[in-house]
Design a protein around this ligand. Structure first.
Ligand code: NAD
Length: 378
């Protein structure tokens, strides 16, 4: 089959959907791969490296004109116009954006949004949310350290002792756990909170302290269990108690990293303005939920702002700041998904009995499909 890899045109998107490593594998399986000229440049991947791996370097029209198009983010209307009816598009296509899915369906393409894959063991190797959240968690700590006007580790020097930074992490999923691990490597003292009590052990095994907000009702306990590994919105009673606990911890913290997301909904507010007001001057907040409305109401998407003496970082695409590795992991996720929709003879084979294929399919034959209502979440 002909597989196309276009240059991503969204502002700030530096990743690319294939690497020379994955192109080599696709070519060895008998596919012809066209990589748009300069598609990998922002991820430190030269056209010559793609060519050496067996790709043809072409223009946008050739890449979008392929049988299968591999992309990082959803296509713009101009990009969609370059695809033929029946083209298979695979990428992070934002399954909760109805307008976007309807546009893709209207164009007659078959689209798979990998964010909608179930969180099962079999789907782990193509789990784009995990591969990219892992990078975001790492980069959040590096950015925070960069903006923080003090050392992260404790230092005992001839000129005196420097205390270790105190880091508070709200939301200990994939990004939060990587943030804990990264902050730990930099020598910080860490506390972390999540609605899911199951993460207590994971937080502690990484050397951080779990901020426990106990459940007082059966409703709170059930909400916290979530659905399919994802959180659900918590009752107001629990959120109030959590806000109190966060308020006390954030006053002591030097860096707060928030990562709490609820699929398909606005991110919950975890760090209120009244809390930021009482944080130490020079403290840093990194809000990983910036693109979903933010965990802090003071966050401005894609900006670094200073409010009440606290630096608040609202970068909405942290994986794009680690473009080479983010692309490498993402491209491997795509390669694993392709195994599910292309048979051994190299032909397209859509098996809708396969739970992963079924969950990721967004549209086919001019119709919106979305077998799971948009994602594997609630
Ligand atoms: P996510 O990005 O959707 O959310 C981040 C975290 O925020 C989650 O841990 C969530 O519980 C937490 N959160 C939501 N509301 C909160 C609140 N009010 N206060 C504090 N925390 C809040 O989650 P994710 O990182 O994509 O994944 C969540 C979990 O799914 C993982 O930790 C893991 O257990 C599971 N998972 C399973 C697989 C698999 O089995 N293949 C793969 C990836 C993740």
């Amino acid at each position: 089959m002909h597989i196309g890899v276009p240059l991503e045109t969204l502002i700030g998107e530096t990743r690319v959907a294939a690497t020379p490593e994955t192109v080599k594998k696709l070519v060895s399986q008998g596919h012809a791969v066209t990589v748009q000229s300069s598609a990998g440049l922002n991820a430190s991947l030269l056209d010559s490296a793609f060519e050496a791996a067996g790709a043809r370097i072409g223009d946008a029209a050739t890449a979008f004109g392929a049988d299968i198009v591999l992309k990082v983010v959803a296509p713009t209307p101009a990009e969609l116009a370059q695809m033929r009816a029946g083209t298979v598009l695979i990428g992070m296509l934002n399954p909760f954006d109805d307008g976007n899915i309807v546009r893709m369906a209207d164009s007659g393409i078959t689209a798979f949004a990998l964010e909608a894959a179930p969180r099962t063991s079999r789907a782990q190797s193509l789990d784009v949310l995990s591969s990219q959240a892992n990078i975001a968690g790492y980069k959040a700590v590096i950015l925070a350290a960069n903006h923080y006007p003090r050392f992260m580790p404790m230092l005992m020097t001839a000129a005196g002792t420097v205390k270790a930074a105190r880091v508070l992490i709200l939301g200990a999923g994939v990004a939060g756990l990587q943030a804990i691990a990264t902050a730990k490597r930099l020598g910080a003292v860490i506390e972390a909170s999540d609605v899911r009590p199951a993460v207590k052990e994971q937080i502690e095994s990484l050397g951080a302290k779990f901020v426990d907000v106990a459940f007082e009702t059966e409703e709170e306990r059930q909400c916290a269990e979530g659905v399919g590994g994802y959180a659900r919105p918590m009752p107001a009673s629990w959120m109030e108690r959590q806000a109190k606990a966060v308020h006390e911890r954030a006053k002591q913290a030097d860096i707060v990293i928030t990562t709490a997301l609820i699929p398909g909904r606005k991110a919950p507010t975890l760090l209120h303005e009244a809390t930021v007001q009482e944080m130490k001057p020079g403290s840093v907040v990194v809000d990983l939920a910036a693109a979903q409305g933010g965990n802090c109401p003071l966050t401005v998407p894609d900006e670094v702002v200073v409010r009440h003496g606290v630096t608040i970082i609202g970068h909405s695409n942290l994986p794009a700041l680690v473009a080479a590795d983010a692309s490498a992991l993402y491209a491997r996720n795509l390669l694993d998904f392709l195994k599910l929709v292309v048979d051994k003879e190299g032909h397209l084979h859509l098996d809708l009995e396969d739970d992963i294929v079924k969950a990721c399919l967004m549209c086919e034959g001019g119709r919106v499909v979305r077998n799971n209502g948009g994602a594997s979440g609630p």
